[in-house]
Design a protein around this ligand. Structure first.
Ligand code: SF4
Length: 109
């Protein structure tokens, strides 16, 4: 079962201010849960972080911000409910979609 949920709703019009509304910035969440040692995507550690993100009112803004600024070669931790591997998959998929369909007979440069 795939437990990855990519946020598609939520406010994105807070500019840089969105961080003030982040569930993980409330002071009631241990920041360490976003950097679990056990990276099993369905395990309890990742699930605990996903649960916080799922209830976060700025999850989409968080995802858009991290995808715009994160170094693809240096992803780590759980952000916007996604593991580093899941964000890499999203990044690669979006690039492929942006590039358009492969043309028969096309040769990579
Ligand atoms: S989606 Fe998760 S990581 Fe992003 S701001 Fe909200 S709680 Fe923090």
């Amino acid at each position: 079962m795939n437990t990855t949920t990519i946020p598609t709703t939520g406010t994105t019009d807070l500019g840089r201010d969105w961080r003030r509304h982040a569930a993980c910035a409330s002071g009631s969440v241990d920041p360490e849960i976003f950097y679990p040692l056990d990276l099993d995507p369905t395990g309890p550690s990742v699930t605990a972080a996903r649960r916080v993100c799922a209830g976060c009112p700025v999850q989409l803004a968080c995802l858009l911000d991290v995808m715009a600024g994160e170094d693809p070669a240096r992803r780590w931790g759980i952000t916007a409910g996604l593991t580093a591997d899941e964000r890499t998959h999203l990044y690669v998929t979006r690039r492929a979609v942006a590039a358009g369909p492969a043309r028969p007979g096309a040769v990579a440069a």
